[in-house]
Every structure is written in structure tokens, then in C-alpha cells.
Write a protein that binds this ligand. Sequence first.
Ligand code: SF4
Length: 62
Amino acid sequence: MRAEVIPDLCIACGLCIEICPEVFSWSEEEKAEAKAGEVPAELEEKVEEAAENCPTDAIETG
Ligand code: SF4
């Protein structure tokens, strides 16, 4: 699984970083960003949780 934040949709609420700081962090533009590459299997559940709870649906997984 890979995760991506769509910067134009991100309102920088910080929820995804709170839920899964191993994958999400702040970008230089002060939006959330996801680590590039494959999400480690043990973190997939947390990434899904972040995507489901993002208030603007800014996180894409696949
Ligand atoms: S949860 Fe969504 S809106 Fe909030 S910081 Fe993460 S990507 Fe941005």
C-alpha cells in the first residue's frame, strides 16, 4: 500500500500526523505529507484510520 496527501485538500489539522507519525509529517508548505514508497504492513491499519478520519478526504491510499 502507498499513501499520498493531496496538498490542495489538506487543511493542516494534524490528525493524520497524530494517528500515524511514522508515515505522516509536516511539509515545508505546512501541509501534511506522506513518506514516499510502500507503507510497512504493520502501519497499514493506522494509515487507513488516518485516511478515513481526514476531515477533507485529502489522503489517498492504494
Ligand atoms: S488529516 Fe487530512 S487535513 Fe488533517 S493534516 Fe492530515 S491530510 Fe491534512
